[in-house]
Design a protein around this ligand. Structure first.
Ligand code: FES
Ligand code: FES
Length: 202
């Protein structure tokens, strides 16, 4: 499809990582194509392009979704979060490091690591990657899982990630990362009954 064919006269408004984007792109174009080619958000990966592997996973309104199988028009007006939107400003995330010029995790600045989402920190801590190609999907699916099940059992974690494929076989470390992430997120929660938790209940 040429660039001209992808253009439309009616911009589509999307909310991506907290920013509103107005895109003059055909609404039938897959969200993944727009994220990577138009917005430069390369955290989501192109794996199968068929909704089968999970490498392209993003969050749509907080729920894990396959960006390769989702037309742009299907997310108009909804909140899309990519890997880039998880950490705080200035955070580095290891899966977006250029694989041709890898940087040792040990050399990353501690402040950058501290700004990562707890799930990302857990994946670093457990070294849950080899090539890292699946990692975007594993991280995003884990974030979605912990939103609905803050303390998942191992069986629940396996079920939640069963359709995210890892060709390198780091499944054991990935499952360990889920449990570490659950612990980090529980630590970050204000204690029950505190002013913060009381305020958020309403
Ligand atoms: S690239 Fe989207 S599921 Fe495989
Ligand atoms: S670490 Fe290579 S595909 Fe999962």
């Amino acid at each position: 499809m040429t660039q001209i064919e992808r253009l439309t006269s009616q911009p589509i408004a999307l909310r991506i990582n907290g920013r509103v984007e107005h895109l003059t792109v055909d609404g039938a174009v897959p969200l993944l194509t727009v994220l990577r080619n138009d917005l430069g958000l390369n955290g989501p990966k192109y794996g199968c392009g068929l909704g089968e592997c999970g490498a392209c996973t993003v969050l749509v309104d907080g729920v894990a979704a396959r960006a390769c199988a989702m037309p742009l028009a299907g997310v108009a007006g909804r909140e899309v979060t990519t890997l880039e939107g998880l950490g705080g400003e200035g955070a580095l995330h290891p899966v977006s490091i250029d694989p041709l010029h890898p940087v040792s995790i040990a050399k990353l600045h501690p402040v950058s690591i501290a700004k990562l989402h707890p799930v990302q920190r857990a994946f670093i801590q457990t070294q849950a990657a080899q090539c890292g190609y699946c990692l975007n999907g594993m991280v995003m699916a884990t974030v979605a899982l912990l939103r609905r099940q803050p303390r998942p059992s191992d069986a629940q974690a396996r079920a939640a990630l069963a359709h995210n494929l890892c060709r390198c076989g780091t499944h054991i470390e990935i499952l360990a990362a889920v449990q570490v992430a659950a612990g980090l997120m529980a630590e970050a929660m204000p204690p029950a009954g505190s002013a913060d938790s009381a305020g958020s209940a309403g």
